[in-house]
Write a protein that binds this ligand. Sequence first.
Ligand code: TMP
Length: 210
Amino acid sequence: MNSLFITFEGPEGAGKTTIINMIAEELRKRGVNFISTREPGGIRIAESIRNIILNTENIEMDERTEALLYAAARRQHLAEKVIPALEEGKIVLCDRFVDSSLAYQGVGRGIGIDEIYQINQFAINGLMPNLTIYFDLDPKVGLERVHKSEEREVNRLDLEELDFHIKVQSGYAEIMKREPERFKRVDASNSIEDVYNDTLQVILEKIGEI
Ligand code: TMP
């Protein structure tokens, strides 16, 4: 079984989605057996939950409700899409996963990394990524990119103040300290070409190990 579960993490505007699309194109050319998906979303039920969480009208949403909805979307996405693909021996590329909840809800919202980890255990049942690529970018630069871009949707979390996103960044730093072997850091302040090449290299190295 040559399956691999690879996740992509980082702040808003780090270019994850663009790079994942470029990586997918390259893997397709190389004939790699993979799927590319995202959280929250990736399948119908989880996309519906995504719309509830990220709707800019839902300003009254309680932060624990938010955390539970992310975990619920995660469970359905795992059960319906990620686990079956891994069982078929595929490589799964996933734009965000549990680390986003640890950083955004655990530290950004201040609920606590351990509390968020606990509720997510129920959802993931021990399934963690083999590799997580962290797109390292100053949150201020990321937010400026988001607000400048005409294509990208501005969601409820993008509307948070810079302070929130700085806390999220410190959350990621804490998680990476806890699990240094799983994370590979890519400098997302570089040009798209450079970020793409760095990311591709990390992924090909990992694929080479299986
Ligand atoms: P995206 O913009 O990368 O598609 O992610 C949607 C937003 O949801 C982004 O602001 C990060 C946030 N998020 C969380 O706060 N917790 C999570 O568990 C996930 C997966 C995303």
